[in-house]
Design a protein around this ligand. Sequence first.
Ligand SMILES: Cc1cc2nc3c(=O)[nH]c(=O)nc-3n(C[C@H](O)[C@H](O)[C@H](O)COP(=O)(O)O)c2cc1C
Length: 416
Amino acid sequence: MPEGKFHGKRIVLGVTGSIAAYKAVSLVRTLVREGGDVSVVMTDSATRFVAPLTFEVLSQHPVARDLFSNHEVMPHLTLSESADLFLIAPATANTLTKCALGLADDLLSTMVLTARCPLIVAPAMDGGMWDHPTVVEHTRVLRNRGVIVLDPEEGPLASGHHGVGRFPEEEKILGAMISVLLRRCDWAGHRVLVSAGPTREPIDAVRFISNPSSGKMGYALARAAADRGAEVVLVSGPTGLPKPAGVDFVSVVTAEDMHQALAAKFSWATMLVMAAAVGDFRPRYPSRDKIKKKTWTGEPVEVEETIDILKALSPQRTHQLMVGFAAETSNLVENGKEKLEQKDLDLVVINSVAGPQSAFGDDTNEVILLTRNGEITCLDRMPKRALADRILDKVQTLTARVRQDIGRPSVQARSV
Ligand SMILES: Cc1cc2nc3c(=O)[nH]c(=O)nc-3n(C[C@H](O)[C@H](O)[C@H](O)COP(=O)(O)O)c2cc1C
């Protein structure tokens, strides 16, 4: 018998109190038919819509409902820790919001916090709920965190109104699950060195030259590579962001600190992603003490160029793929191409930092990817975490191509 699409995969399916809960019954049948080992967790409200027995018969597993179960001491850990994929379908507005806030007041929401596998959320709710600012905001929070929140469909709703809020089509849910499972380990064996955030170049003990980089893009890339199985070291300038889970973290301040930290790890890495906004200039004579206002003569601060980290690391390159970022205000492609050539990069990610749509600080971005062989890919505006996956997908096509290029010594030396 041929193996199904979900053969050998442990799937936790959370079912919540939506009128669409009955559609999860068909979903469980499909997943089991496709070889999945499905364990269903229901909220109390969900049990008002579908009897747990239905899921127990179809999944051949008891339905988990109670955090304080008499049968198991830690039910929230047993299931979620061993899962390959966590799917909440249908997800109510209540459960979606709880996931974003990290609330853990029942078994399902507690398991979301203990799970270490990818999470997919398939919302189903009335149009007014889906449009509500709270739901919009918490959907955005989840997406930025790397959770895949599927868009609900438009059409007739249970309320009798027409709108956006219908449970996504089963095919769409299965498609998302397959792509997540395929991606899950596709970066295993890679060692990815990522730089992120701004640098600070001191003028005196309290003042510095810096830029508005938030670090969000670099952090998203580090997290995406780790989620996809890579070993990751993140070298970060000062940001207000929490350290991403599953990533080795090195904190730096100046461009020179960042250079030292990256150089120390460069030979270990199979890929360097230079997403940091490294300052180009630094004060030539920084003062150890705070310069008193009254002692400042009004002369401009004399600056000198900081080290060009990519240029400095390039000659030490043995097998590393190098990805750079270009922050441009005009002539995006031409300027990006120049950077790619000058710094001998395999891929450059070009973002516009001009005007209100500037990439700096925002949770979303739209970029142009330019490869060494001149391939140009324009990516529409999307959350930086989703963008991180698209960038890694593109790099994968490069590594695959490099692998096939056996026989050309310069290229062979770069295979990952
Ligand atoms: C008939 C009925 C249908 C409902 N359908 C939905 C729905 O589709 N989506 C939703 O977000 N809430 C829906 N609700 C409200 C939820 O059941 C309610 O917010 C509940 O607290 C959700 O709990 P849970 O997230 O723990 O399952 C419905 C309520 C009723 C009575």
